[in-house]
Design a binder for this molecule. Sequence first.
Ligand SMILES: Nc1ncnc2c1ncn2[C@@H]1O[C@H](COP(=O)(O)OP(=O)(O)O)[C@@H](O)[C@H]1O
Ligand SMILES: [Mg+2]
Length: 349
Amino acid sequence: MRVISVVNQKGGCGKTTTAVNLSDCIALHHRKVLLIDLDPQSNATLAVGMNDNEIKSSMYDVFCNNMSVRDIVQEIYPNFFFAPSRVTLTAVEQFLSGKEGRETVLKECLQPVMNDFDYIIIDCPPSIGLLTFNALKASTEAIIPVEMCTFSMQGLGRLLGTLELMEERGGHVVSFRALATIFDQRTKFSWEFFDELKRHFGDKLRDTKIHETVKLKEAARAGKPISRYYTGCIGFFDYDKLAKEIIAEEPEKKEKKSEQKKPKDKGIRFDCFAPDAQSVQLVGDFNNWCPNQIHMLNSDGNGIWTKTLLLDKGKYQYRYIIDGQWIHDQRNKKTEYSPYGGLNSVIEI
Ligand SMILES: Nc1ncnc2c1ncn2[C@@H]1O[C@H](COP(=O)(O)OP(=O)(O)O)[C@@H](O)[C@H]1O
Ligand SMILES: [Mg+2]
């Protein structure tokens, strides 16, 4: 059971977009996920398609009316459960002020549902007030989205200081990782800024970047996670990659990984005919569908891009990414429908 806060006191850095789409992508990998909207602005609630007037009870009732989390949660997609927020949540800070144990109310309220879910993800408000304290006290981990812009590092020191203080004073450790968001890969600025983040955070910066794409904005406006809106965009692949990265950190996964056998020494050659392409990549089950890992080469200049992989016996689905477009292998008749839409090519070894 993991509880992950998505937190940064800066607004507009992609907290809600990350909380919603990460929760959904983890749920697609057959984990039971509860997403909690802890922001009185209720952006996550809107982003999953709920209207304020449809909500009978919300996180406000959990904090102030002794309602159980179980009573306010709704399953919005298979495995994806949601606890909504309303603007009334602003009153929580005042309601709790001066009360003993005011920073651990959420933690207490989550205790009874801990075994109901594999993940609880909390979308925090853009401030370090009592709500954010409650989220952090209930969490074992935090994701800090950092937008690729000059001022995004300002104020981060205070958040990191808060995490340190929690550890020093209360022995509560929240292991955090920063996440680069709204990354425009066309600009030199983004790449330079990412390098700066890497220098600043070291291995506390996640490798996965969330690229800028209007599809994520459109999906939020449509009240849907990106997987239910448009899977053919980098936004979906980035969040799915992040989900896989987080799932791979599950304790039992880590153990399994170290037990994995080495691939057999058998090269499988992939050929892709794309004479006009600037770049061709290969993605598939064999690399968890991560872009920017396997770059194909057009070394003979004949338009055929090749890559040889060492793979174990088995069946693999794959696609080529030709100049950013994900397409199946036109020369391979064996295809299967992808659960996320479109066709994947299939190879059996
Ligand atoms: N990767 C992205 N590409 C394009 N727009 C994005 C991306 N991530 C977030 N946005 C947009 O930026 C705005 C702020 O994002 P949001 O997730 O609401 O931030 P926060 O919760 O930190 O305030 C929203 O309009 C959202 O749709
Ligand atoms: Mg938000």
